[in-house]
Design a protein around this ligand. Structure first.
Ligand SMILES: Cc1ncc(COP(=O)(O)O)c(C=O)c1O
Length: 440
């Protein structure tokens, strides 16, 4: 096989992959319609395009009510408050997720408690959730990611047994279905992000869905400065903020929802082809299929780097593997997430968040957390490819597979490579945006 591109050889993939985000003529027309209507904001609430989108998105995922809002982090905070989480409540979250899952808990007045993940799905390990429950635990927030869902049957059983709220963080699974149930409609409330990289996007944005009217009324009030919801059957009056989405964003999201089924199907087809190819390549492992999934959501294609053969005295680090793949023309990342308790974006101190010290002899010390599976995934094993590499045809997928095979079969050449070649891939999320153009 030819010399690796990272060492000066020719790149496997010469052309760029699909652009992202995608848009159509209909999107342009809708945006023009909003522009000319001079009705641009989120007020009157919910506004025209925002209500139309919320209803369609909610129906698609099988819940009863939906409310758009400014982003996915606020969506989680609002979801927790609406479902009844209170100051000082412990909320169990997976350690392997975007920091926003945990910072949303802090912003809602809660105390994030990190649980480990399952080695085959990279989603919450429900047995570890059970071990971390205390009398103060009020909620659990599974994050469905890596093309997989948390084991929702086991989690719902546990939640019923311990009387816990379940908030699904669905930032990675628009259009995903678990045993016929849509993402976000399985727990008490589901939260979605529409940030640029996501499977549906309006640049920034989010939506919360639920089938509980009490939660929906609270969500609407929280998003709309504390004003009463239209139904107001529960009569609750929380202090809210202006978290309303603009009509321009809602108009874009309507188009994104129209294209979602086709794009979902294309990503699934291409992901399957890639998994079949990876199964033949030594040193890498596609994530095992999850039978509970009716429809996979492929936000990122995730596989595992497991360089076992031949055993080497100085195995090539995952970050170097990923850098070599990138150099072959396939955008790849390894340190996509860190266990949040070790992330330099997670500044959780009792000075800023007094709930971390509430009713405790000592404030929570996040340095004491240990989630070995999450740490292995983050630092040694996981490889993340952005979804847009799967928006092309079979030949594009085959390029990805060829690039992975080339690097995997030439690992020995990387054993003595200059570690600086992998420097970018070893950086933390806090350091990266200064040099990386794409934020996916
Ligand atoms: C798992 C997860 N949760 C929450 C969020 C927060 O969403 P947003 O960036 O829209 O605030 C993100 C998005 O980056 C995410 O990936």
């Amino acid at each position: 096989m030819s010399k690796l591109a990272i060492l000066g050889g020719e790149k496997t993939r010469q052309k760029p992959f699909s652009p992202w985000p995608l848009y159509t003529e209909k999107d342009k027309n809708r945006l023009l319609e909003v522009l000319e209507s001079r009705n641009w904001g989120g007020f009157p609430f919910p506004n025209r395009f925002a209500s139309e989108f919320a209803q369609k998105f909610t129906d698609y995922h099988g819940a009863k009510y939906g409310c758009t809002l400014v982003n996915g982090t606020v969506a989680l905070t609002v979801a927790l408050r609406a479902a009844g989480a209170r100051f000082g409540d412990e909320v169990i979250v997976p350690s392997y997720t975007w920091d926003g899952t945990a910072t949303a808990v802090l912003d809602a007045g809660g105390v994030p408690i990190f649980a480990d993940i399952d080695p085959d799905t990279y989603c919450l390990d429900i047995e570890d959730v059970r071990r971390r429950i205390t009398p103060r635990t009020r909620a659990v927030m599974p994050v469905h990611l890596a093309m997989r869902f948390a084991d929702m049957d086991a989690l719902l059983d546990l939640a019923r047994e311990k009387d816990l709220i379940v908030i699904e963080d669905c930032a990675h699974v628009h259009g995903g279905f678990y045993k016929g149930r849509g993402a976000g409609s399985i727990g008490d409330v589901g939260s979605f992000s529409m940030q640029t990289s996501k499977l549906m996007t309006s640049g920034e944005g989010g939506i919360v869905i639920t089938s509980r009217l009490d939660c929906y009324e609270m969500i609407q009030s929280l998003v709309n400065c504390g004003r009463a919801s239209a139904t107001d059957q529960f009569g609750k009056r929380p202090t809210g903020c202006n978290y309303r989405l603009s009509e321009f964003q809602a108009a874009i999201l309507l188009g994104q929802l129209e294209t979602l089924p086709d794009l979902t199907e294309r990503r699934i087809r291409n992901a399957r082809r890639l998994s079949e190819a990876l199964a033949q390549i030594p040193g890498v492992r596609p994530l095992p299929a999850q039978n509970a999934l009716t429809t996979e959501a492929v936000y990122c294609y995730v596989f595992q780097y497991r360089p076992t053969e031949p055993p080497s005295a100085a195995p090539v680090r995952r970050d170097m593997f990923v850098a070599a793949l990138d150099a072959e023309g396939v955008p790849a990342d390894g340190r996509f997430y860190e266990p949040v308790y070790r992330s330099d974006l997670f500044h959780a101190s009792p000075d800023d968040f007094p709930q971390l010290a509430l009713h405790r002899d000592q404030p929570i010390n996040y340095r004491e957390f240990s989630c070995p599976v999450a740490e292995r995934a983050a630092y040694d094993e996981s490889v993340w490819l952005p979804q847009f590499v799967l928006l092309g045809d079979e030949s594009d997928v085959d390029d990805v597979a060829r690039a992975i095979e080339k690097v995997a079969r030439n690992l020995a050449d990387l054993e003595t490579a200059d570690p600086k070649l992998a420097a970018l891939k070893s950086m933390s999320r806090a350091e990266r945006p200064r040099i990386e153009k794409k934020n996916y």
